[in-house]
Design a protein around this ligand. Structure first.
Ligand SMILES: C[S@@+](CC[C@H](N)C(=O)[O-])C[C@H]1O[C@@H](n2cnc3c(N)ncnc32)[C@H](O)[C@@H]1O
Length: 528
């Protein structure tokens, strides 16, 4: 993987003056340039529009002359603001000297980078730094074609931050750090944070994000995938929101129209295009992470994967899991290749230009998929946990769960692997001897025709975490309802057998599979 071109991007603030970042931070917080302050100023619709890169509602809400309105215009809406207004609220000369602000002509100043307030999980006032222009393009896409442009926080960033297991650890690695958001989260619960990126600009921006958020500096290293990690280095936690987009790697034939002759059809965008072809980058990342994990450590990724004609997508993913790791892989969404190509063409703003050029690009995406026999692309989460003992038989769960979940899910992910351990250690006889408790906030739903005496299905539904729903039979529903930890599972089944007039031995024989499933999916938890 070669170097990343950043020549067409603006100069970044210096990382050599942490005292300026600290003063800037104090001034921003002092003026309520925080997630809560923004919501109060803008109101929910304009605030939500900003997250969609739409700035018009916020421009309308910041026509006044308060310090906060000046900061929103400067750092979020990327409008020039008169020097005197900025000087009222920021240490302006220091900010100009160290490159946070630049002269915009006349007596106006402009921001050199996008600075976005971001509320941490415990109400921390954090700030995410990113490149100008990438969060103000609205429906037009990111608005930059520079290869090394560094984006701020997107839906994928917060999804990964939400699913990450947040137990205190000694060492964490954020691979492909970008704006530094994952490193910032990791700094709360990891003694040492290493952040890597193939793009040096991203490492610079991560340093700015951490400094402006008042977080400890990270160990920043440039390079592709695990290249920057020494052979003897392992981690308790690895997180990566990698450049997972499955994009064309070959240029289409040159377009015939004169106007298109000079336009490069595919500018690689480092934040999304891994450049390895197909889903190879995600596969390589997942496979190589096994030997970088400490025993009991977690590696968590967002990824895209190909659905290839004649191949089971779940088998494809199972083959990615490195030896010695349990895995939980959740497919959250599947898009056919046309939806997928359109999504990423729009993301880059390719739909805004010349129609023939757009069509040539679209065609090239479909050519790429056709050549790989790809019918659709899956998007989801991959979590690995390295086994504590080398002889443990790994458990790999690959499932589809496209329904809404309750973030943050870090605790639910950790609990999943605890249940995996429990079930691995308990055979059916041990399950029947064990005591279980119905997890809080599980409800029962009965589905059937109106007026029918018996429901067609009984469904147990969780209102927390993964918000799973699972069909059970009447024995399963009755069993779950009685589980309060006092009676052993076998004793409960004997009582149910008596009630329904079934042979207790037969019930003891056939029910453990259902108990196993209810424990695996987190409806029942072992008591004591
Ligand atoms: C989708 S962005 C994620 C940024 C950030 N971690 C987040 O969660 O928002 C992917 C990042 O991976 C970096 N990257 C691209 N190719 C890489 C590679 N081969 N090795 C390491 N990082 C890479 C990009 O420069 C970019 O910063």
């Amino acid at each position: 993987m070669g170097g990343v071109s950043n020549s067409s991007l603006s100069s970044l603030p210096s990382t050599d003056r942490p005292e300026v970042a600290a003063r800037l931070r104090d001034a921003l917080i002092g003026a309520s340039f925080t997630a809560d302050g923004l919501l109060d100023l803008l109101g929910a619709p304009a605030y939500a529009a900003l997250a969609r890169s739409e700035i018009v509602p916020a421009l309308r809400a910041t026509r006044g002359d308060s310090p906060l309105e000046a900061l929103v215009r400067l750092f979020l809406l990327q409008q020039p603001v008169p020097y005197a207004r900025v000087a009222d609220v920021l240490p302006v000369d220091d900010c100009v000297d160290s490159g946070w602000l630049v002269r915009a002509g006349g007596d106006e100043l402009a921001a050199a980078v996008d600075v976005r307030p971001y509320g941490g999980p415990d109400g921390e006032d954090w700030f995410i730094v990113s490149d100008l222009g990438c969060a103000v393009g609205g429906a037009g896409g990111i608005g930059s074609r520079a290869e090394g442009v560094v984006l701020g926080v997107g839906g994928a960033s917060t999804t990964l931050a939400g699913i990450t297991v947040r137990t205190p650890v000694t060492s964490a690695l954020d691979l492909g750090t970008g704006s530094g958001i994952q490193a910032l989260h990791a700094a709360r619960h990891a003694t040492r944070v290493t952040a890597t990126d193939v793009n040096p600009r991203a490492l610079h921006i991560t340093a700015l994000t951490l400094a402006l958020s008042g977080a400890p500096a990270a160990d920043l290293r440039q390079g592709s995938l695990f290249e920057p990690v020494r052979d003897d280095e392992t981690y308790d936690l690895i997180v990566s929101n990698p450049p997972f987009v499955i994009s064309p790697t070959r240029l289409p034939p040159p377009p015939s129209a004169e106007s298109l002759r000079d336009a490069p059809l595919f500018a690689r965008l480092t934040y999304r295009d891994g450049g390895m072809g197909g889903d190879d980058l995600c596969r390589t990342l997942v496979r190589q992470s096994g030997e970088r994990l400490n025993e009991g450590g977690y590696a968590q990724f967002l990824a895209n994967w190909q659905h290839v004609e004649g191949e089971d997508w779940q088998d494809r993913l199972r083959a990615w899991v490195p030896r010695g790791c349990d895995a939980w892989i959740v497919q959250r969404e599947v898009q056919d290749v046309t939806q997928y190509a359109e999504l990423w063409l729009r993301d880059a703003g390719d739909h805004r230009g010349d129609t023939a050029e757009y069509q040539a690009r679209y065609d090239a995406w479909l050519d790429e998929f056709e050549s790989r026999k790809v019918k659709a692309v899956g998007f989801g989460w991959i979590t690995l946990r390295k086994a504590a003992a080398a002889d443990t038989e790994p458990v790999i769960t690959v499932e589809e769960w496209p329904h809404p979940v309750e973030q943050p899910l870090g605790d639910a992910v950790r609990a999943h692997f605890e249940r995996v351990d429990y079930l691995r250690e308990h055979d059916d006889a041990a399950l029947l001897a064990a005591h279980f408790r119905l997890v809080e906030e599980v409800v029962q739903e009965q589905v059937g025709l109106p007026g029918a005496e018996d429901p067609e299905h009984v469904v147990l539904r969780q209102n927390r975490g993964m918000r799973r729903a699972t069909k059970v039979d009447t024995v399963g529903a009755g069993f779950a309802g009685v589980c309060d930890g006092t009676l052993g599972a076998g004793r409960i089944l004997d009582a149910i057998a008596q009630l329904v007039g079934e042979d207790p031995l037969a019930l003891r024989d056939r029910t453990p599979a259902q108990i196993r499933l209810l424990v695996e999916q987190g409806f029942l938890e072992p008591a004591g």
